[in-house]
Ligand binder design. Structure first.
Ligand code: KG4
Ligand code: ZN
Length: 340
């Protein structure tokens, strides 16, 4: 039998990154991302500005992805796109574009769940990165999501825990805002935390039952603590910035690891994968490595470019669905609150 040659174009436009990627049989040929800088000045993503920027970016980004991959669009086997969850106006740009392109080329259209894609990014062929063994637990941690998912097979996943309010990345970004660190603050808090003493200040961890998370109380506790201290000493933040960041990071990572331990104990699953922007965090990476020693875990952290929002993760889901001939029809619509 002739081996199949599958070229998948993946398109991602759920939030503030317009991205396109071409995969050949699960190998990344290109992974292009236009990150929208406009939101920085507003301290967070402005939905209307995001959809406008997606409209401007989508054609050049797809064009570049094809050029870097060195293929012509007529060679594509299918077009995969993010159907949701995400910002409606943003999703609509990618969805409409993908539908017209697949229709024009007369090739299959494949809808992708963004949250599944963060998890299945682990199945991109990449030297030096092992693929998780089924069943495994996946913790997706980013500015928009915080979930623990039990993954029994590619498309057999169950959410067993999730945030009841803010996502963990929001906890980083909002704490950073209080400290005047700009947006997104996660990477800055992470860098400063490494210079500070994590025992300097104590923040109470929220008590949430089961495997769910809550981060909004922590943010308020940090706000009140800082306001009180600044009243007594106007230079409190600048004098203690590293220690404050280290203490915040220690608390947040503690919350994540506690729930992972609980999830691993209750399911008996010791293979643990992470994904999403916060998986770039040095604290979570270190804690997972320690988990290998302490709890006998096997842990999986994807290559950095596949952790934050990207289109290679959309294309790998496209590839897995292509093999199963799991295609969409042209009447598919974007879904802002799509569930796993
Ligand atoms: O996955 P992502 O690029 O976008 C979505 O939110 O979907 O994640 C962005 C989030 C932001 O909240 C950012 O502050 C956080 O990931 N982040 C980090 C780090 N790098 C990015 N948080 C903590 N430590 C980091 N090193
Ligand atoms: Zn995401």
């Amino acid at each position: 039998m002739k081996t199949q040659e599958v070229y998948i174009l993946g398109i991602e436009s759920s939030c503030d990154d317009t991205a396109a990627s071409v995969l050949y049989n699960g190998n990344v040929l290109s992974n292009v991302i236009a990150t929208q800088k406009i939101h920085k000045q507003y301290g967070g993503v402005v939905p209307e500005l995001a959809s406008r920027a997606h409209q401007q970016n989508i054609v050049p980004v797809v064009d570049q992805a094809l050029k870097i991959a060195g293929i012509n669009k007529s060679q594509l086997s299918a077009v995969a796109f993010t159907r949701g969850p995400g910002l409606m106006g943003a999703l609509l740009v990618g969805t409409s574009f993908a539908k017209s392109l697949a229709y024009g080329l007369n090739i299959p259209l494949i809808d992708v769940n963004h949250m599944q894609a963060h998890i299945l990014a682990h199945f991109i062929n990449e030297d030096g990165f092992k693929k998780p063994e089924f069943p495994f637990l996946a913790m997706t941690i980013s500015g928009g999501h915080t979930q623990i998912v039990k993954v029994e097979h590619y498309f057999n996943m169950t959410v067993i825990g999730e945030t009841i309010d803010d996502a963990v990345g929001e906890a980083y970004d909002k704490s950073g805002k209080i400290l005047g660190l700009g947006y997104p603050a996660g990477p800055k808090i992470d860098a400063l935390a490494q210079l500070g003493n994590h025992k300097a200040f104590t923040f109470t961890k929220p008590k949430v039952k089961g495997l769910d998370f809550s981060f909004s109380g922590l943010k308020t506790a940090i706000l009140y603590f800082i306001q009180k201290q600044v009243k007594e000493n106007p230079n409190f933040i600048t004098e203690n910035l590293n220690d404050i960041c280290a203490s915040i990071q220690y608390t947040i990572i503690g919350i994540l690891i506690d729930k992972l331990k609980q999830a691993s104990n209750s399911t008996g699953i010791k293979h643990i994968a992470i994904g999403g922007g916060v998986s770039a965090n040095s604290g979570i990476r270190k804690a997972l490595k320690e988990g290998e020693q302490k709890f006998g875990w096997t842990t999986y952290v994807p290559k950095f470019e596949f952790t934050t929002d990207n289109a290679a993760m959309i294309a790998i889901v496209g590839y897995l669905k292509y093999i199963e001939k799991d295609f969409s029809t042209q009447d598919i619509t974007a879904s802002a609150r799509l569930k796993i």
